[in-house]
Structures are given as structure tokens and as C-alpha cells.
Design a binder for this molecule. Structure first.
Ligand code: ADP
Ligand code: MG
Length: 229
């Protein structure tokens, strides 16, 4: 049986605005195995980013249970949450979020600095990871000297360099043209073949088709599509 790395049971999230409850996530069950490439597909306002924040331990649910790599997330304090986030999750965002004054290599080294890795090993691991995403010639370039697709590759290398359990991407092709977006999907395929578990959030059905499992979210309700549809 496949190793389960993430399990959500009955996860709900409510916001209270002007005394009124708005339920943004409704009783969500989700389980992800090692080696999965999953897409969560839904229109704007359906709750995708809210769910991503839950998966990434950036926010806590109003109700339900969440287990990530055998740890019950709701039992963790702030410090433990930061630790599990750094260890288990590699984040990729629509707008890349690179630091503009740093070279590609230094951007990728950043999470290793936080993890207390020494300079020599940092440099080696960042260089290796940038090669894996196809940027061997661009290590010393700064973000504004790179195309959008290349910047997203740097962001993916930064997310991967700490060897997280899950690569968690929120609209990773949202700021890219279609062709460049598909090249980023080829990179996701490659990383998934190499064993990386991927969860990708998107509003784009064509992009979602790259995944091996597709979940739809609508009005805070999550359902998985049957395989082969
Ligand atoms: N901090 C918040 N406070 C109140 N409502 C929020 C908050 N964050 C998100 N929402 C609401 O939750 C719903 C889902 O938002 P979101 O998860 O960002 O959707 P998506 O990423 O699919 O566009 C929206 O109706 C949004 O207005
Ligand atoms: Mg969103």
C-alpha cells in the first residue's frame, strides 16, 4: 500500500464578518500518498488559497483533523508549526516571490541559511538544484535578468532545495504564457517521476490535466474526479 503523507478529515474553515459566519471550506476530506501528483481545480473564490494555507500549515482550520507526515497539525504550537512547514512543504507561488537583489543561486540558498546549512554545502546544493531545473547557465543572474519562466524555475529550485515531502504550488503557471506554463508542467512531470509528491492549485482545467489525480473545489466543497475521465 502507498505511504500516506497527508490526511485531512472533516476540515472546515469559517470567517466571521460583521457577526456573520461565512464557511469557506466545508467538511473537506483529502488524503495524499507519496508520489502523487494532485491538482486542486476550482474557480476564483472557491476556497483554493484557503485550502492551500491549511495544507501548508499557514492557517488553522475551524474544525477537523489534519495529519501531515504522522504529525497532528492542530496539536502543534507556533514554533512547531514553523518547523513542520519548513521541513515538509516547499511553496511555489504565482508571482514567484524571489528577492530582487539576490542572484538566482542566493535565492535558492536562502532556505538553507534558515536551516543552518554551512556555506559550502549551501552553494553546492543550490547549484545542483538550479541545474536540475535547467538553469545551469543562469546561477548569477538576478530575477530581473531572467524571463518569467526562468524566475519560476528559480522559485521551484528554492522550494525543492530543502527536500520537502510535498511541493505545494498555488497557480504556478498563472503569471506565465501558455507555452511557458506548459514547460513548467514538464518540469513538474520530471520532478514527480523522480519521486516528488506534488499538490498544485489552479483555476485552469488544461493545466490540471497534467496531474495524475484531479480534485475539484466549488463553494468550499472538495470532490475527486474518477480516474480516466
Ligand atoms: N481572511 C479572510 N477573511 C474573510 N473572508 C476570507 C478571507 N480569506 C478568504 N476569504 C473568503 O473566502 C472565499 C475563498 O477565498 P480563496 O480561498 O482566496 O479563494 P480562491 O483562492 O479559490 O480564489 C472568498 O469568498 C473570500 O472572500
Ligand atoms: Mg487563490
Amino acid at each position: 500500500m502507498a505511504e500516506q503523507i497527508l490526511k485531512m478529515t472533516g476540515i472546515s474553515k469559517s470567517y466571521f464578518l460583521g457577526g456573520e459566519e461565512q464557511m469557506v471550506l466545508k467538511n473537506i476530506d483529502l488524503s495524499i500518498n507519496k508520489g502523487d501528483f494532485a491538482a486542486i481545480l476550482g474557480p476564483s473564490g472557491s476556497g483554493k488559497s484557503t485550502l492551500m494555507n491549511m495544507i501548508g500549515c499557514l492557517d488553522t482550520p475551524t474544525e477537523g483533523e489534519y495529519t501531515l507526515s504522522q504529525q497532528k497539525v492542530q496539536e502543534l504550537d507556533e514554533k512547531e508549526l514553523a518547523a513542520i512547514r519548513n521541513k515538509e512543504i516547499g511553496f511555489v507561488f504565482q508571482q514567484f516571490h524571489l528577492l530582487p537583489r539576490l542572484s538566482a543561486r542566493h535565492n535558492v540558498e536562502l532556505p538553507l541559511i534558515y536551516a543552518g546549512v554551512r556555506e559550502k554545502e549551501r552553494e553546492q546544493r543550490a547549484t545542483e538544484m538550479l541545474s536540475r531545473v535547467g538553469l545551469e547557465g543562469k546561477m548569477e543572474h538576478r530575477p530581473n535578468q531572467l524571463s518569467g519562466g526562468q524566475q519560476q524555475r528559480v522559485a521551484i529550485a528554492r522550494a525543492m532545495v530543502t527536500e520537502p515531502t510535498i511541493l505545494l504550488a498555488d497557480e504556478p503557471t498563472g503569471a506565465l504564457d501558455q507555452k511557458t506554463g506548459q514547460q513548467i508542467m514538464e518540469l513538474f512531470h520530471q520532478l514527480n517521476r523522480e519521486g516528488k509528491s506534488i499538490i498544485m492549485i489552479t483555476h485552469d482545467a488544461e493545466i490540471a490535466k497534467n496531474a495524475k489525480r484531479i480534485f475539484r473545489i466549488l463553494d468550499g466543497l472538495l470532490t475527486e474526479e474518477e480516474a480516466g475521465c
